[in-house]
Design a protein around this ligand. Structure first.
Ligand code: HEM
Length: 198
């Protein structure tokens, strides 16, 4: 299923990409293009997990399903609000492109607040994982934490230095790292609960 959706999603991106150009880099179509890419990254990560079943080294962590779902939701909000910052900011790709119209400072604050909420949930997960004997889970949590801290650092440097163009690519690469590591962790937490309740 994930394989078929991924293949069709890549073709869909060709169409959305053309639509983005046709609409004169409209920020809503641009956001859709980015977010569909993020979904494809999630699906590809899940496919890699299927190819490496050693990921499914299970333990028992009470409440991990809830925390995993909450973390997925909070991180999705962080990514969606991130695209809204870009849609309101100076890097439209064309000086005539329309903008979302949010005050950049305000929308960047909403974005960073959603990141802090995700980080809070991640710290709760980290506390639980420290009690778990699973080294795979420990590695997964460490990778997400590393990706979050690095991405947050780049984000604040961008924010306080007037959003220089040079850092945009780095922040996008960081979003991919956050998406991949978050997908792995959430998949493990949900699997783990499923097997624990079986
Ligand atoms: C886990 C942490 C974070 C994630 C996953 C994340 C994700 C994103 C995403 C997906 C975008 C849009 C990229 C695009 O549409 O091309 C973005 C833009 C942005 N983010 Fe973040 N972000 C994070 C942390 C932060 C933090 C802490 C700040 C500090 C205020 C920040 C500031 C910005 C800014 C200023 C932009 C606009 C960049 C531009 O227009 O060039 N980010 N972020």
């Amino acid at each position: 299923m994930a394989r078929i959706v991924t293949r069709r999603g890549v073709l869909l991106q060709v169409v959305i990409g053309a639509y983005v150009v046709w609409t004169g880099l409209n920020p809503w179509s641009n956001m859709t293009h980015f977010l569909v890419s993020a979904v494809l990254v999630v699906l590809s990560t899940l496919l890699v997990r299927v190819a490496h079943p050693d990921n499914a080294q299970l333990g028992q962590l009470e409440g991990s399903r809830f925390l995993g779902a909450l973390f997925a939701l909070a991180t999705t909000c962080a990514i969606v609000t991130g695209t809204m910052v870009t849609g309101s900011g100076p890097h439209a790709g064309d000086e005539n492109a329309i903008r979302l119209g949010f005050e950049i400072r305000d929308i960047a604050r909403v974005h960073s607040a959603s990141v802090w909420v995700s980080l809070g949930v991640l710290l709760l997960i980290t506390r639980k994982v420290r009690k778990s004997p699973s080294s795979v889970l420990y590695r997964e949590v460490s990778l997400v934490l590393g990706a979050f801290v690095a991405q947050g650092f780049v984000g604040y440097v961008q924010y306080f230095s007037g959003i220089p163009a040079a850092l945009v690519a780095l922040h996008i690469a960081g979003s991919v790292a956050v998406t991949v590591t978050t997908t792995n962790l959430v998949a493990s937490l949900l699997d783990r609960t499923a097997s624990a309740s079986a």
